[in-house]
Ligand binder design. Structure first.
Ligand code: ADP
Ligand code: MG
Length: 483
């Protein structure tokens, strides 16, 4: 997916406020009702409808009017929220080229103020098989709505927590820098995925190192579960770094033995095919190589001295709870049934990896214009991480009604002008008359409400918009007012 961060520089404070309001609404809604967005955002001068149109124009939101008029974040919208937060935190200042694309992630180079280049991984769970996810995954069926933001955020948090813990225990992994929403920032590995490497000086040594890592991980109570040539990076000195941790499980997992065997099998198969290594005939079939057999033996699950739960403390320190781990593991489980073994095969990923790595122009888009005074996205306005069922009925009515706001018919005009001074209303969404109609209706209602001629729009049960005005009001207001 292309990540055009250009628009990020031109988005106003109100744009981000409304974008965050949609994110908040997505706690309990797959599609967030427009009226609810307006109430959560509570723009000082009104004009939510114009901001929504601007966000729609930049593809940060998706409009849906099939059941009721509403919006949801797109992955790009979610990317912008995470990137803005990380830029405001000073984690990086510019976004560069894409350096990797996985089944459910995109990886970009980012640069800090002092020019250090890091890697940013944006998780995209559900991108590949949204329908399959929706119909098959039992635990999701029991939730009020499928929440890919929640899953992507969990995947990122899990990856960050594992990377940090493994780093602390001396495993060769990227250095975990920071994490926000579905985004993990880590050190950039100077090397190539093993899948792109056609020749090695010391294939035996590399093979043993890699197999040793699988064993050491298991001794630490962990199984990678996707340990293959796509997730092992190797540099010019043939130093190995392992990446990609959202699917890791504990050795106490009920399928642990199968996962371990599969990881080991992938390594054996790859080295046999690519580097003509030979192994014990009993362990690897189809051995047609002429080379002498090595003494390498297949690590057995039962032989590994395990220290179960070894990293639990470290993981919790990163904010990853047991429940988070359970949730994401359920997700991984089904993947395994569906995709079993697929990652062992060479796929078109190789071509994609080639393409992305061959891109030579380092073209960093500076994010320096993004920062606006007092414009910090609160880290904890991070609604997607909340389990939808837990939060049912809490947020939506937690916003001040608009009666005290000054709203003019043309309020917000300035904010919706783009960088060329065009008014987005003039040239956008003429092709969606229904949307225009609904939005102007909404605007009229807001204006009337503001002038006190009309009762403030109340919660609507059809939107699962229950709950009373409460302390949540002030909490959300505080969060929103702080930027
Ligand atoms: P996925 O979970 O989608 O498989 P990965 O974490 O495996 O994503 O990353 C996909 C690709 O991105 C890798 O094969 C590698 O080429 C590149 N990549 C990922 N992390 C880094 C990093 N820290 N440094 C350099 N390249 C990376
Ligand atoms: Mg991968």
């Amino acid at each position: 997916m292309k990540l055009d961060v250009d628009a990020l520089r031109y988005l106003s404070k109100d744009d981000f406020r409304v974008l965050t309001a949609v994110e908040m609404g997505m706690r309990n809604h797959e599609i967030v009702p427009s009226e609810l967005i307006d109430r959560i955002a509570s723009l000082k001068h009104g004009g939510t409808y114009k901001v929504l149109k601007n966000l729609l124009k930049h593809k940060l939101l998706h409009h849906d009017s099939s059941k009721y008029d509403g919006f949801r974040l797109t992955y790009l919208g979610y990317d912008f929220l995470a990137i803005k937060t990380l830029v405001n935190r000073g984690v990086f200042a510019a976004v560069g080229r894409q350096i990797g694309v996985g089944k459910e992630s995109d990886i970009f180079e980012v640069a800090t103020e002092d020019g250090t280049v890091l890697a940013m991984k944006l998780h995209r769970l559900g991108r590949v098989s949204f329908r399959a996810v929706k119909s098959k995954r039992d635990y999701l069926r029991h939730r009020s709505s499928y929440n890919w933001l929640y899953l992507s955020r969990l995947a990122a948090l899990k990856e960050f927590a594992f990377m940090k813990a493994l780093d602390e225990h001396g495993f060769p992994v990227p250095h975990a820098v920071d994490c926000n929403r579905h985004c993990v920032v880590m050190s950039l590995i100077q090397g190539y995925p093993l899948v792109q490497v056609k020749q090695l000086q010391n294939p035996d040594t590399v093979f043993e190192t890699i197999l040793g890592l699988v064993v050491r991980l298991a001794e630490h109570g962990l199984i990678h579960c996707d340990f293959n040539e796509f997730n092992i990076m190797i540099d010019d000195d043939e130093k190995v770094t392992m990446i990609d941790f959202p699917q890791m499980v504990s050795v106490s997992h009920r399928n642990a033995k199968m996962y371990l065997d599969r990881d080991v099998e992938c390594i054996f198969k790859f080295f046999r095919k690519r580097f003509n290594l030979t192994f014990d005939e009993n362990e690897v079939e189809d051995d047609d190589s002429e080379q002498e057999s090595d003494e390498v033996c297949w690590p057995q699950f039962s032989d590994i001295k395990k220290v179960s739960g070894f990293l639990d403390k470290e993981l919790e320190a990163s904010g990853l709870t047991r429940k988070d781990q359970d949730d994401i593991e359920k997700f991984v489980d089904v993947d395994v049934e569906k995709d079993s073994g697929s990652d062992c095969e060479e796929t078109e990923d190789e071509d994609i990896a080639d393409q992305t790595n061959n891109a030579s122009v380092k073209d960093f888009e500076s994010m320096s214009l993004v920062k606006q005074e007092g414009d910090n996205l609160p880290d904890d306005v991070n609604m997607a991480h909340q389990d939808a069922s837990e939060n049912e009925g809490h947020v939506q009515t937690g916003c001040n009604p608009p009666e005290n706001r000054e709203v003019e018919d043309n309020a917000g005009d300035d904010d919706t002008r783009d960088e060329h001074g065009r008014n987005s209303e003039e040239d956008e969404h003429d092709d969606d008359p229904e949307l225009v109609k609904r939005l102007s209706k909404q605007r009229q209602r807001a204006i009337h409400a503001a002038r006190g001629r009309r009762k403030v729009i109340t919660s609507r049960n059809t939107y699962k918009d229950k709950g009373g005005r409460s302390s949540h009001n002030s909490k959300i207001q505080k969060q929103l007012n702080s930027w």
